[in-house]
Design a binder for this molecule. Sequence first.
Ligand code: AMP
Ligand code: ZN
Ligand code: FE
Ligand code: FE
Length: 310
Amino acid sequence: MKADLHLHTTCSDGRLSPEALVLAAARAGLSAIAVTDHDNTDAVAEAMAAVAERGLKLEVVPGVEVTAMRGDTELHILGYFVDPRAPGWQEAMARARREREQRAAAFVAKFAAHGIRLGLDAVQRHAGDGAIGRPHVARALVEAGACGTEQQAFDRYLNPGCPTFVPRGGMDPKEAIALIHAAGGVASLAHPRSVPLSEPDAKGETLLAYLVACGLDALEVIHPSATSMLRAHYARLAAENGLLVTGGSDDHGPRPGHPSRIGDLSVPYSWLAALGARRPRSTGEVSANYAGPLRESFYNGTIKQRSQSQ
Ligand code: AMP
Ligand code: ZN
Ligand code: FE
Ligand code: FE
């Protein structure tokens, strides 16, 4: 039994709808997936509903990928088993998405100052209802003819170091981990290769030690960015620090010239079971209602709220 614990949908910068994602996952032979959109848990309910409607044999785990900042370092914290109805959860996600909106507007303003004409509405059209991000800016730039490919858009305009780069704000990883725990979830550090995990700060504390002290539960050891040597390294770090291990494809759906990676990278189902066992003991009524995997009825409230607001 295989699981992919890192996947995006149109509720953030992925290209597959939640329904298309579960169909692709089932086709790829996965037993379980975690839907982990950036700063958004709306896809979870839709994915669970699609699984139920189509009678798929696929477990959908509620997930999220929260962006956090520690100094200049951007960290992505994956949350699993989060309850979207937990007090404060939706507010925190909405705050993070507002910050994303502001950043998208700041990119557009900076482009204008550099003679690149791009409308914010074009970027917003690519994001739809989902959490807006740089990939949507990249798609709008390609559409406007400012560059040939999305990769070029990142290389020329969107990566740190580019004259038009806009740094981001965000919560400290301590806050992100606490938020995930408060919503009944467990927290894993996404693609650790992207952060200086073992570098000591001014006080001599490494980022990893800080995250462990903040209550981090796991490290993402399987990710397209991790070579087999790095996997072994992260697995050792996890074991040494009492952390669990997670992994997934970080698939964002197929795009021109790049097929979907769903099913290419997976982890044993036992990793997911271990994560489930590490969930914080629920204190509130809301978390007590969540009885484990495939309780799509639990999320129906979220679906109704969403369709009512449309
Ligand atoms: P944001 O959350 O707005 O900073 O956008 C981050 C997302 O952009 C990541 O999750 C990736 O999907 C994508 N991304 C980041 N860096 C690159 C890059 N150099 N090339 C292509 N996509 C990237
Ligand atoms: Zn992304
Ligand atoms: Fe990420
Ligand atoms: Fe991701």
